[in-house]
Design a protein around this ligand. Structure first.
Ligand code: NAI
Ligand code: MG
Length: 362
């Protein structure tokens, strides 16, 4: 049976860039006979406008039944003053929660022809291709005790606690080791075991899992502060980095800006493999709905297209097709085509559709 793919374009530039990802799918069907069982639905402000809620139960069920979800972006200033449960952004939070998507994958890959004087240290980032795996449902953002307390003397204190269980560490480490096997076979585990008990357990559990099941993958350990420094000094030393929620939040934002534009960066969030052998997975650009440029044909569709390539590689095990799309993107950039967000002197400016068409042509 063809793989089930749920498409959720969302708001703002979401539908515009999703159209370009669909152009690739149409080409795959026509030129190569590769067909998916595709359905499309509303999320975010688009769903609020029709159903009065940012995501319906029907869409959540469809996401659960799908082999993978390709998501655009949600957020619309029109709903900015709506109550917290009526904000478009709830759609993505709810999907992550309902599908148990605990591992966020953020690749930072540099396309050579985008490296120039305006990017960070060309010598350091040329050829960069790393992947950060961040645990997203545990750690200090969710651990208890938490809250703001008033002490007897009237002063107050804010409390957050980092809690990680063996099972939570193991499942995210597993994602990282499995990914490494599809890449350069190296994992660097990042924590602060020198000052944190949860970090000590993290290191112990990752090491034990490695020695038990992933001896073929090269494992190293690094303290988070050193990792931040190494990421700027020599990021190419890394392949896959696995870390907790807080450090992953910071390190993935840092890594993404090594590569330049927001409009170029895909991401994935994965859950636990179910009894039916399927792993819930959602793929999306890291950027939002960009209301400032929506409807103007200015949006860069490459993050969405590269999210689809990631989906093919990691959910559908279609490595060659994923590589073909990534190579096409790279060729288009080599030819000098640029959407306005990555435009520079001497290059050729194209609009959203022009970029999508050029990728298909390549
Ligand atoms: P944003 O990522 O939407 O935009 C930031 C800046 O980058 C804007 O100037 C925008 O024009 C530009 N930009 C973003 N993507 C681009 C692309 N593909 N091509 C060219 N330029 C691009 O972040 P912002 O403005 O903070 O948030 C806008 C809305 O998106 C908000 O409602 C926010 O909550 C939502 N959002 C949704 C996310 C999601 O769906 N996962 C993630 C981040 C924000
Ligand atoms: Mg962040």
């Amino acid at each position: 049976a063809p793989k089930k793919l749920l498409i959720l374009p969302g708001d703002g530039i979401g539908p515009e860039i999703m159209r370009e990802a669909r152009r690739i799918m149409d080409w795959m069907a026509q030129a190569r006979g590769i067909r998916f069982d595709i359905s499309e639905d509303l999320v975010g402000g688009a769903s609020l406008a029709v159903h009065g809620q940012p995501i319906t139960q029907q869409v959540i069920d469809a996401a659960r039944a799908a082999d993978a979800v390709l998501f655009g972006s949600v957020g619309d200033p029109k709903w900015a003053s709506a109550g917290f449960d009526r904000r478009p952004e709830i759609a993505i939070l709810k999907l992550r929660q309902e599908l148990g998507l605990f591992a966020n994958l953020r690749p930072a890959k540099v396309f050579d022809s985008l490296v120039d004087a305006s990017t960070l240290k060309p010598d350091v980032i040329r050829g960069l291709d790393i992947m950060i795996v961040r645990e997203t449902v545990g750690g200090i953002y969710f651990g208890t005790p938490r809250g703001i307390e008033t002490l007897p003397d009237g002063s107050r204190r804010g409390i957050n606690t980092e809690v990680y269980t063996t099972a939570e560490i193991e499942r995210v480490a597993r994602v990282a080791f499995d990914l490494a096997r599809k890449r350069d076979n190296r994992v660097c585990s990042v924590e602060k075991c020198n000052v944190m008990e949860s970090g000590l357990l993290w290191k112990e559990v990752v090491t034990a899992l490695h020695d038990r099941e992933y001896k073929d993958v090269e494992l190293s350990h690094m303290l988070a502060d050193n990792c931040a420094m190494q990421m700027v000094r020599n990021p190419r030393q890394f392949d896959v980095i696995v870390t907790g929620n807080l450090f992953g939040d910071l390190l993935s934002d840092l890594a993404s800006m090594l590569t330049g534009s927001l409009g170029m960066l895909p991401s994935a969030t994965l859950g636990a493999k179910g009894e039916d052998g399927r792993t819930p997975a959602l793929y999306e650009p890291i950027h939002g709905s960009a209301p400032d440029i929506a409807g103007q044909g200015k949006a860069n569709p490459l993050a969405q297209i590269l999210s689809f390539a990631m989906l093919l590689r990691y959910s559908f095990d279609m490595q060659e097709d994923a590589a073909m799309i990534e190579k096409a993107v790279s060729n288009v950039l080599d030819r000098g085509l640029r959407t306005p967000d990555i435009m520079s002197a001497g290059r050729t400016e194209v609009n959203t559709a022009g970029m999508g068409e050029a990728v298909v042509a390549e």
